[in-house]
Design a protein around this ligand. Structure first.
Ligand SMILES: [Cu+2]
Length: 709
């Protein structure tokens, strides 16, 4: 075991998916894995026995404090807030952007883990004067709601306490009580799918728009696609005093293909600005006539269209079978696999959240690795200065919601083998509860060889295959699909992978026009260059028992030794570590030339060689924003300016661009502002913000060849 772990640390980790040579994008995964900490396989020590006398408390709740809100809880939270509206007008105009669990303090999680939910782990209990704190019950769960008032254009945040009247198993219900509410001035909350649909209908009904389409030879409005995009913030005209969308227009052709790719026919030259609060077109201009790209025979992506209905007829069946079932065990949202255990959560904004990640390590027991892992933001800035592309810099988590836009997965297509699916619940705009069935997928994968050695004298070989546990979800944001995967490996490695796929956001060109800022991919059709940035927030807990805050981050760079009498052959090099002492010092960028990486280590726990235990963060290939430093989107996305940020944990610091990036007029809100406190991080509860990106320059196809990052 110890040996295989070391091998894995030595081998560079690449993502599991082939990178197409058709894209210039490099693809690597962000990886964290343990730093050379020899594991012991000796039997469990007395730690588990000392707790035998601890009284086992009755369970006060039927769900773990970190379980996502159940549909019933969401419904009660919504009705509680609605009932608190002062007038019928206020109640009627409430729109529900987001209803999520208020995640409890970490000590509540520890208590629940230790007492109320299997597996029973009393060693996790916080202690007072050497004795465990014995709770009698858990605090009530709370929901946090972001509510948009469609009449007053006001955004408010509410907290509702949810009390379980009867256990859910007995057909129980909940009662809600408003704990707090506040209006948040000068913001626009994320857009909702219902608004998008309404906006499309309004634009299609707008007579000057119909006239503009007629000029382009389009009379059948059923073929027209109006994709509302958030306006970002480019000047005071985009201020959040109005709720705005600036749609992009596309047009399908008449064809019998069931999924005709309308994104391959952008309609350019039409400026539309929609007031999303009142659902009216407030600006319209037919600026220039750009011919629609001709219908390209290669535009559609069904096998029927492109290959006569056959998808690689020369491939014989390959079956993934697990005749004895999977090796994981799931209890509610708790997952146990090999030596890993963690909890699964889900939010409308982030999608999949992974809590309380720990590794069972022989006599060392349950060794925590992280409190909470998720993708908290992504930004896609386009590199073409022409209208409308310069405005395309979507914040797909903060302006739309990765979780809200997730879709149901299908066994046999999206996932193979023995699958455990988790449903996800959220509210729609008007407060109804919606469920995405089979939203999060959990399954095992064979991952090739983990370790191998052959003794050249005897010819005897030993091989270990690598098995990984993969938790994932996929969301669709208009034309794009994003698949988010967290892989857990048997050697202690955790890998976060994003697969980018779907259909490209394209532009049309005038006859003979060539543009520097993209690639012509079909006659009259052009793919603007752009970047995709993802921000993984990793609230770490390396070897930290509950209540402990003993983590720090060191940067490692490999240095070439100076020539001299100790280096006469000039071959010497060595890793040099630098402790990141404060938040401002910890704004770091990648440097592949010095093999730069970062280690999150425990300041008080050592391995058998006396070195501090830790996890290594390997950022993969990466880049920084390729826009000028004064680019407008960087006001809202200052967090993209570095590849790594480290902060001292603060429970309200969740979203690197602030909670409401949509039309945000404030500069540098979020991460870039928090770090100005310059809190010491030499020994604390550490949060890592890993920003990684991909340059997407397409060279041929209209669909996105799946790219792993
Ligand atoms: Cu792309």
């Amino acid at each position: 075991m110890a040996t295989s772990q070391e091998k894995a640390t030595l081998s560079p980790t690449a993502s599991g998916n082939p990178i197409s040579s058709k894209t210039s994008a490099a693809a690597m995964a962000t990886v964290i894995h343990p730093v050379l900490d020899p594991l012991s396989d000796s039997p469990p020590s007395a730690t588990t026995k000392t707790t035998a006398a601890t009284p086992v408390m009755a369970r006060a709740q039927t769900c773990h404090p970190l379980d996502p809100l159940m549909a019933a809880e969401i419904a009660v939270a919504v009705s509680t807030v609605r009932a608190a509206g002062k007038t019928p007008e206020v109640r009627d105009s409430m729109r529900f952007i987001e209803v999520v669990l208020v995640e409890p303090d970490k000590n509540v999680v520890a208590l629940a883990d230790a007492y109320f939910f299997p597996p029973f782990q009393p060693s996790l209990l916080p202690k007072t004067k050497g004795r465990p704190v014995i709770p009698t019950k858990l605090p009530p769960r709370q929901a946090r709601l972001v509510v948009y008032n469609k009449r007053s254009n006001e955004t408010s945040i509410w907290t509702v306490e949810l009390n379980e009247v009867h256990a859910a198993t007995r057909g129980g219900h909940h009662r809600g009580k408003v704990i707090s509410s506040k209006v948040v001035p000068d913001v626009q909350p994320p857009m909702d799918a219902e608004e998008y649909a309404e906006c499309e209908a309004v634009v299609k009904d707008f007579p000057p728009f119909r006239e503009a389409m007629r000029k382009r030879g389009i009379v059948d409005m059923d073929l027209v696609m109006v994709d509302p995009w958030c306006v970002g913030y480019h000047s005071n005209a985009d201020a959040p005093s109005r709720r705005l969308a600036k749609p992009l227009i596309f047009c399908r052709t008449e064809s019998d293909c069931p999924v005709e790719n309308g994104y391959a026919r952008p309609v350019e030259g039409i400026h539309v600005l929609v007031d999303m609060q009142n659902m009216v077109v407030i600006e319209f201009e037919d600026r220039k006539l750009v011919p629609l790209p001709p219908a390209d025979p290669l535009r559609n992506y069904t096998a029927g269209e492109t290959r006569g209905g056959v998808d690689r007829s020369d491939v014989k069946p390959l079956q993934i079978i697990q005749p004895e079932g999977p090796s994981f065990r799931v209890n509610g949202h708790f997952v146990n696999w090999q030596k890993w255990n963690f909890r699964i959560g889900f939010t409308p904004r982030e999608g999949l959240v992974i809590y309380s990640v720990a590794y069972l390590d022989g006599s060392r027991g349950r060794r925590p690795v992280a409190h909470r892992l998720s993708f908290v933001e992504m930004v896609v800035p386009y590199g073409d200065p022409n209208d409308p592309h310069y405005r395309k810099n979507a914040f797909d988590a903060g302006e739309d919601g990765l979780g809200k836009n997730a879709h149901s997965l299908k066994k046999g297509c999206d996932c193979l083998g023995y699958i455990k699916y988790f449903d996800a619940h959220f509210t729609n705009f008007t407060g109804g509860v919606e469920t995405i069935e089979n939203c999060v997928c959990l399954h095992e994968e064979d991952h090739g060889i983990l370790w191998k050695h052959q003794d050249w004298r005897t010819g005897l070989a030993e091989v270990r295959r690598s098995r990984r546990l993969t938790v994932s979800f996929i969301c669709t944001v208009a034309n794009y699909e994003y698949g988010f995967f967290w892989h857990f490996y048997q050697d202690g490695k955790i890998e976060a992978e994003v697969k980018l796929t779907g259909v490209l956001s394209l532009g049309a060109l005038q006859p003979g026009e060539v543009r520097k800022y993209g690639t012509m991919i079909a006659p009259g059709l052009y793919a603007p260059v752009h970047q995709h940035f993802f921000v993984a927030r990793m609230d770490m807990a390396v070897d930290c028992k509950p209540g402990e805050a003993f983590n720090q981050v060191v940067e490692m760079n490999v240095k070439v030794e100076d020539p001299g009498k100790d280096n006469v052959h000039n071959n010497a090099f060595y890793p040099e570590e630098e402790l990141l002492r404060t938040e401002l010092q910890a704004m770091r960028d990648c440097n592949p030339l010095s093999a730069r990486h970062w280690i999150i280590r425990n300041t008080r726990t050592v391995n058998r060689t006396g070195q501090l235990t830790g996890y290594k963060l390997l950022p993969g290939s990466n880049c920084l924003p390729l826009a000028g430093s004064e680019a407008k989107f960087l006001r809202r996305a200052a967090f993209l300016k570095h590849n790594l940020w480290v902060t001292a944990y603060s429970r309200d610091e969740m979203y690197p661009g602030g909670e409401f990036p949509n039309q945000n007029p404030r500069s540098g809100e979020g991460l870039a502002t928090w770090v100005k406190q310059n809190r010491p991080i030499e020994e604390t509860d550490i949060v890592l913000w890993s920003v990684y990106s991909l340059l997407h320059r397409v060279t041929t196809f209209q669909v996105v060849l799946t790219i792993s990052l």
